[in-house]
Design a protein around this ligand. Sequence first.
Ligand SMILES: *[C@@H]1O[C@H](CO)[C@@H](O)[C@H](O)[C@H]1NC(C)=O
Ligand SMILES: *[C@@H]1O[C@H](CO)[C@@H](O)[C@H](O)[C@H]1NC(C)=O
Ligand SMILES: *[C@@H]1O[C@H](CO)[C@@H](O)[C@H](O)[C@H]1NC(C)=O
Length: 201
Amino acid sequence: MRIFLGQILAVILLISGIAGQVEEVMDIFSDCRKSSPDFDKCIQRAFNDLRPLFSVGIPELNVAPFDPHRSPYVEQRRGDARGLGGFRLILTNVSEHGWTNSEVTKYRTDAPNNRIVYSQFFPEKSLEGEYSFKMNALGRPSNTRGVWNLTLYNYSQTTSVTRIGGPGGLLKVRVEIDKIGDMSMHISNFFGGRRVLGEKI
Ligand SMILES: *[C@@H]1O[C@H](CO)[C@@H](O)[C@H](O)[C@H]1NC(C)=O
Ligand SMILES: *[C@@H]1O[C@H](CO)[C@@H](O)[C@H](O)[C@H]1NC(C)=O
Ligand SMILES: *[C@@H]1O[C@H](CO)[C@@H](O)[C@H](O)[C@H]1NC(C)=O
């Protein structure tokens, strides 16, 4: 029981990037009994009861605040950035806001498959950061850098977390977008057409 709740919390921490002290925070879920038919509802309630703590953390337990959540570095690439059609996108210093006002709308334990699935609704979720984008367009390499931000309104996502292997095994996390009410996005270029790495862009 403790192990499974630990996994759930490890997931919250994983997604929100804190490497806090999972063991102690688990006590918050200790009222939920796995044998109870209300177990899933109980976990859903516990998630939502934790929300006020997202922005302040739990200092006594050494858990840092995680709304906003920050990621220093996210990279995505396709092919070779120097080859035709390849690119390399790096997002740095990404901040994500909105967890405190989010709500877990559905929670399901799929014990036989070592999986939990939960849906979350965010009235407003915003992300901001810097980017660097390298590609080779028409034989000419280009490198663009700038800042970006993205705000999603009335946004729902479903996350499934599967534990592969035994207790303490790897967690595979998949996030699916269910619905986006509205969004706004800005991407700006630090160099606005000036020379970057000796290339005109
Ligand atoms: C990272 O982003 C935060 C918030 O957007 C900002 O206050 C901080 O100065 C940034 N840090 C760096 C190193 O760019
Ligand atoms: C979000 O949904 C609420 C309730 O349905 C609605 O009143 C609001 O206008 C929506 N906001 C946006 C930005 O779409
Ligand atoms: C998003 O970026 C634009 C352009 O850089 C800026 O004017 C706007 O204030 C930013 N919005 C937020 C929510 O940070």
